[in-house]
Design a protein around this ligand. Structure first.
Ligand code: AMP
Ligand code: MG
Length: 349
């Protein structure tokens, strides 16, 4: 298959989006920008279209897909029941980077939900995504448009790196905004349970509904035989090819520890990388330093995380040491991705 790239140049957006929507209606695959990361879209109501997503990504078929909608009315066609508190969350954060999981109606094929009796639904805020969903006239199932296990794509170039020849077209809408996947909340129980942290933090959810919990699988590696509520949480994710190690502790101590490690590794002939910030860059003595962003603008760290991991893949780095980025609105989401990318390899400085 030849992958076409539709650049969304001014004045031509609508025509390109219409062509992409026709591909979705015909059962094909379209990668498109959202405010979180690029998605790999297909008709959520056609089992065989969803099957193409799994094949293109190399994604295990028990890892369900999120259905993207553009209008609230579409929710009630997919979800069998919606608790009051979930309505309030949708009122507060839709359109936006929030996914809610509901009991599903029969119209949603098992092939889209990985055999689960629930369906995950999100209403993205990105204009291109919304126009595409409306033009297609169906909910669009869209996981991140990366090869399974690799860092999620935040530019059309990242999508092409993984999906060239595997999807019908890529809508190139430039860089995404947030750079981390949506917050996923289980809306099948009495209170919200965060299954995957994202831009919408647990505190923001509590402000709307009073109480909220975070699923254990968000912070901890799963034990043998444990099944997470979001099946995707059990797979290694976001991983660069090099071994990634997170160093935690006070700023000075972390820098000193990383300097010690990179000096040692490089002396032994192992090329090292360092993930640092604008504030700390000057303090590292060796290793291939990459600035992920500024601690004064935490959103810059979220935005650049995947691009930095992908960049390391193009270079001859064998071990990457990263500072940690806990705290603040995005700390839980950034650290969740970073820990998974590191296979939970964390050392205290
Ligand atoms: P991705 O779209 O690649 O970011 O992955 C979607 C994530 O949503 C995966 O971690 C899935 O396990 C999770 N997910 C999708 N549908 C459901 C569902 N019905 N119940 C729980 N988690 C879900
Ligand atoms: Mg993904």
């Amino acid at each position: 298959m030849i992958t076409e790239i539709f650049r969304l140049a001014e004045g031509q957006e609508d025509e390109k989006i219409q062509r992409a929507a026709e591909i979705i209606r015909a059962g094909g695959l379209v990668a498109f920008p959202t405010e979180t990361v690029y998605g790999l879209g297909a008709d959520a109501l056609r089992e065989e279209a969803a099957a193409k997503i799994y094949a293109a990504k190399g994604r295990p078929s028990d890892n369900p897909l999120i259905a993207h909608i553009a209008d609230r009315s579409a929710l009630y066609e997919l979800a069998a029941s919606v608790p009051d508190w979930a309505e309030r969350l949708a009122d507060a954060f839709w359109p936006g980077p929030l996914t809610l999981v509901y009991p599903k109606k029969a119209i949603v094929p098992d092939g889209t939900t990985g055999g689960l009796k629930t369906v995950a639904v999100r209403m993205p805020s990105h204009e291109t995504a919304r126009k595409l969903i409306r033009a297609a006239g169906v909910p669009i199932a869209a996981p991140s448009a990366n090869t399974s296990g690799r860092p999620s794509p935040t530019t059309a170039r990242h999508v092409l790196e993984d999906m060239d020849g595997k999807v019908d077209c890529i809508l190139d809408g430039g860089d995404v905004g947030i750079g981390l996947e949506s917050t996923i909340i289980d809306a099948t129980g009495p209170i919200p349970v965060i299954l995957r942290p994202g831009y919408i933090s647990v505190e923001m959810v509590r402000e709307i509904v009073g109480e909220a919990e975070t699923d254990r699988a968000v912070e901890h590696p799963l034990g043998q035989g444990e099944t997470p509520k979001a099946p995707g949480m059990k797979y290694r994710h976001y991983a660069p090819r090099a071994r990634l190690v997170i160093v935690t502790g006070g700023e000075e101590a972390v820098m000193e520890r990383i300097n010690g490690l990179t000096t040692e590794y490089e002396a032994a002939g192992t090329p090292c990388g360092v993930i640092c910030t604008e504030e700390t860059k000057a303090g590292y003595r060796c290793g291939n330093k990459k600035v992920i962003g500024s601690r004064k603008r935490q959103e810059s760290i979220a935005h650049n995380l995947y691009a930095v991991l992908r960049q390391f893949d193009k270079e001859d780095t064998k071990v990457i040491f990263s500072e940690s980025f806990d705290g603040g609105q995005l700390g839980q989401a950034i650290m969740n991705r970073l820990k998974k990318a590191a296979g939970y390899h964390i050392i205290r400085a």
